[in-house]
Design a protein around this ligand. Structure first.
Ligand code: CA
Length: 267
């Protein structure tokens, strides 16, 4: 199996800065989206710092049979441990940056990351950036938002539709740079040729429904065209937030195309 990937980020129509950040690292098969928050464009600092920190942790750990400085969790595969520890390390780096420079106080970031190892994908997230999988024409949300409204949905107090338009829908309950310790959700999934994975910030999911996203992912167009369409259509609905999408296509080794990974950012 091999992976093709494409990412795009757009400031949207109403924000002055793009505080989202993403990374495609074909060498380590690592894909990350982060959505920063904080005044005076400090969200940009947080999201970039987190993504860079995760990539560096994975790159450094690739040849090492340990998840130093944290213990290995026996219930998780090696690459899932690595990704979880990379996210925890990124959280520490954001906290350290704040403690060194008081003007950064209050900055934080969500993150969703996917790390492939063989036919297994580890997916880790904190906050409301999401991972989806399209398989056999069906779209599945892989991550559960760490938001106040999603907690109300899970508890049965709000419907999904009410949550989508709720005035408190942007309140995240977990973020890197928030509480001194951070809880990271990690999943492992077997991947199959034909799978399409989407990592995205809430600037996409706030504008497009899951059905909208499914239709565009299942369109059969190139990854770049799908990324562009997701962003254009989010902007056509108002573009009230920064929009970031990273798409990964799992393919058979022998399939057509050059298999090269691409990354692109418009800011
Ligand atoms: Ca956002």
């Amino acid at each position: 199996m091999r992976v093709k990937a494409c990412g795009l980020s757009d400031v949207g129509l109403t924000r002055a800065h793009n505080e989202d950040y993403f990374e495609i690292d074909p060498l380590h098969k690592l894909y990350v989206v982060a959505d920063g928050m904080g005044g005076h464009s400090h969200g940009e600092v947080a999201s970039q710092l987190a993504v860079t920190s995760i990539r560096e942790f994975i790159a450094k750990s690739a040849d090492r049979d340990t998840t130093w400085p944290f213990g290995m969790e026996p219930d998780l595969a090696h690459h899932a441990n690595l990704l979880k520890m990379a996210v925890r390390t990124a959280h520490d780096h954001v906290l350290r940056a704040i403690s060194k420079d008081g003007s950064l106080y209050g900055m934080g970031t969500t993150v969703v990351g996917l790390l492939l190892s063989g036919t297994s994908a580890a997916i880790a997230h904190v906050g409301d950036s999401r991972a989806y999988r399209l398989r056999g024409g069906r779209l599945e949300q892989i991550t559960q938002d760490h938001t106040w409204v999603n907690e109300q949905v899970v508890a049965g107090f709000l419907s999904r539709e009410q949550a989508r338009t709720h005035p408190l829908k942007n309140v995240v309950t977990r973020a890197l740079g928030g509480e001194s310790d951070v809880l990271v959700d990690v999943r492992e999934l077997e991947v199959e040729p034909g799978d399409l994975f989407l990592l995205c910030s809430d600037g996409l999911t706030g504008m497009l429904s899951d059905a909208d996203i499914r239709d565009r992912l299942a369109s059969g167009r190139s990854l770049h065209e799908i990324c562009r369409t997701l962003i254009n259509d989010s902007n056509a609905r108002g573009g009230i937030d920064n929009i970031t999408v990273v798409l990964l296509a799992i393919e058979e080794n022998g399939s057509n195309g050059n298999g090269e990974e691409e990354g692109e950012a418009t800011r």
